[in-house]
Design a protein. Structure first.
Length: 277
């Protein structure tokens, strides 16, 4: 019996585009492994070892988990947690390998993969804030820090111990709006200098004028943002996914910090600091 080529969805096609654009050569789709019954979407060879990835996407018509809070309140973590639950089944037989989930938002308006606190919150617990209190003054002192409270998928809160330790990371596949970021910075700088708000017609003319400075509002860059699981059995190497617009968030002491930012991202942030500083 001749096997037909599997159909790939948008997120899988884009993930392959990212791999090719960043020089990955040793990878295969739905790899066959004789001793395993489940087949994750991708296997990538890196540093002489296989790394497995399950790709999931969000679409507007998939509304099941967008409102799971009390009294219908919006829960930003729910759709991401649902995908983690769905993907982890593929990794049950792969505990000896690094295994990661790749998420891509096709057109769902209430999924925020571009907010690191939401993705890490889905993994580690609802976002909260921690700050010191002076008992004599009865007031907070110093700056607050982020903390994660409950319902995270990487912690069993009944037993207060790690779970889903086979998942090395959640990887957000993203079309970074490079042109829009640069345009917004120039626009806000122009308004600040002029001391007034531009109307729409002025904004359109201004955007067109910036093309001579190679600022194109429609320019996007395909990239990934890695969110490390601090409790993973095997970590995703930090040398993997280091493109010029890639980012990575992971543990540093008791905090979650941005532990990698590519040169392209840093140049955008430097330009924004100069224009708006």
């Amino acid at each position: 019996m001749v096997e037909t080529a599997p159909t790939k969805n948008e997120s899988e096609t884009l993930f392959e585009t990212y791999l090719r654009e960043h020089g990955f050569k040793e990878w295969d789709f739905e790899p066959k492994t004789e001793e395993k019954t489940r087949r994750p979407d991708y296997r990538i060879a890196f540093q002489g070892a296989p790394h497995y990835f399950e790709v999931k996407e969000f679409r507007q018509e998939d509304r099941r988990s967008l409102h799971e809070g009390s009294a219908g309140a919006f829960d930003p973590y729910a759709p991401i947690r649902e995908k983690i639950d769905a993907a982890r089944e593929k990794f049950r037989e792969y505990k000896e390998y690094p295994c990661s989930i790749v998420l891509y938002n096709v057109d769902a308006p209430l999924v925020f993969l571009d907010d690191w606190t939401v993705v890490m919150g889905a993994m580690l617990g609802d976002l909260g804030y921690r700050f010191a209190v002076d008992p004599k003054l009865g007031a907070a002192v110093g700056d607050f820090t982020h903390t994660f409270t409950q319902r995270g998928k990487m912690i069993n809160y009944k037993r207060m111990e790690p779970q889903n330790t086979t998942i090395s990371a959640v990887v957000a596949l993203d079309k970074f709006p490079l042109g829009q970021r640069r345009l917004n910075a120039h626009w806000r700088s122009e308004e600040k200098e002029s001391g007034r708000k531009m109307d729409w017609s002025e904004f359109v003319k201004y955007a067109e004028s910036l093309r001579s400075k190679s600022v194109d509002a429609s320019e996007v860059v395909l990239r990934v943002v890695v969110f490390e699981n601090p409790y993973s059995r095997i970590s995703l190497p930090r040398e993997l996914f280091t493109g010029p617009f890639d980012e990575r968030f992971g543990p540093e002491g008791d905090n979650i910090v941005r532990c990698y930012a590519g040169g392209g991202i840093l140049r955008v942030e430097e330009e924004e600091a100069i224009l708006l500083g």
